[in-house]
Design a protein around this ligand. Structure first.
Ligand code: HEC
Length: 127
């Protein structure tokens, strides 16, 4: 019984190791699908409105290095910068899920790989 539980734990660890990433690895992936990231472009993109009511900063603020509030629900959002929140950008599926959702809210379309690369490159500089 104990042995079985141990095995399950080991397997969960393996699954986690397979699916967890780093901000650097995600950035390289987005750059591979576009071209070299520009953190200056990323900062501008993050703080600008794109024809709709909100910018990324509407919920994540600028700099996104502290707890913020969702502009609609008022729920706390943890810092987006991976420097202040080590749980950011360590899971490709999670990052892509939220990029998709938030980009749709802000731009009425998905973000391009270049836009994701730029934003992530900038977030990695936010202390
Ligand atoms: C209406 C509020 C809102 C806006 C506007 C918004 N976000 Fe978010 N964002 C959230 C919430 C809520 C989460 C998920 C909760 C969490 O992870 O703290 C999130 C999570 C994320 C994540 C997940 C990161 C990770 O790996 O944990 C990324 C990436 C992200 N947002 C990028 C953006 C970008 C880029 C924009 C602008 C295009 C943007 N967000 C605009 C509310 C917002």
């Amino acid at each position: 019984m104990i042995k079985k539980a141990f095995l399950v734990l080991v397997m969960m660890g393996l699954v986690k190791a397979t699916f967890s990433a780093t901000p650097q690895a995600l950035l390289m992936g987005y750059e591979a699908l576009s071209s070299k990231a520009s953190s200056a472009r990323g900062e501008q993109f993050f703080n600008a409105k794109h024809g709709k009511e909100w910018s990324c900063a509407s919920c994540h603020e600028n700099p996104p290095n502290h707890d913020t509030k969702h502009i609609v629900t008022g729920k706390v959002i943890k810092p987006l910068s991976p420097n202040t929140n080590p749980e950011r950008f360590v899971d490709q599926a999670k990052a892509d899920k939220w990029f998709k959702r938030n980009c749709n809210d802000v731009l009425a379309r998905e973000c391009t790989a270049q836009e994701k690369a730029d934003v992530l490159a900038w977030l990695m500089t936010v202390k």
